[in-house]
Write a protein that binds this ligand. Structure first.
Ligand code: HEC
Length: 151
């Protein structure tokens, strides 16, 4: 009897992690201290999630957001070109962008002369930050918003 109970309990044990992303959002939240000198995370309704500098655009909802479309931010030419190409941020792309912004843009745009105003490189942990950012305004809510705007 006891053994059966144990077996049942084992079966009921929930799967602890569902690996949706490769990054660790908790580590990413801590890692975002590296970004906040230049970036805030502020929701559309003005709620400040992370207070940060305004050198770079607001990163709320960045995963699933088309590049270069942060409201009220004046982007470099490279970012305007990237926006024109219809590029949308995924977690993987964001991680490789922060590791080496100029190279990322040069490869995406096929322009070896492309430069960016983001003069910062993150050696490691970009996946974690991307996973945390993905939770700050989900891509689902972004595509929902886009859908709502379509007549
Ligand atoms: C020294 C300031 C600075 C730091 C630190 C910095 N950034 Fe940036 N970031 C910028 C600037 C400036 C831009 C706009 C670049 C342009 O227009 O060329 C930018 C752009 C971006 C974009 C593109 C946004 C969009 O709307 O398409 C992402 C994503 C981004 N940064 C992520 C990060 C992350 C994540 C970190 C921390 C690991 C970080 N940045 C750290 C200055 C910074």
């Amino acid at each position: 009897m006891r053994r059966t109970l144990l077996a049942i309990l084992c079966l009921l044990q929930p799967a602890t992690t569902s690996a949706q992303t490769t990054g660790d959002p908790d580590a990413g939240e801590r890692g975002f201290t590296r970004c906040r000198a230049c970036h805030s995370v502020t929701a559309a309704d003005g709620t400040v999630i992370v207070r940060g500098g305004a050198t770079g655009p607001n990163l709320f909802g960045i995963i699933g957001r088309p590049a270069g479309t942060g409201e009220g931010y004046r982007y470099s030419q490279a970012f305007r070109d990237l926006a024109a190409s219809g590029f949308v941020w995924s977690e993987a792309d964001l991680a490789s962008f922060v590791a080496d912004p100029p190279t990322f843009l040069q490869q995406r745009l096929g322009d070896p002369a492309a430069t960016t105003g983001m003069g910062f490189r993150l050696r490691s942990g970009g996946e974690d930050i991307a996973a945390w950012l993905a939770l700050q305004g989900t891509s689902r809510s972004v595509s929902q918003r886009t859908k709502d705007q379509t007549p």
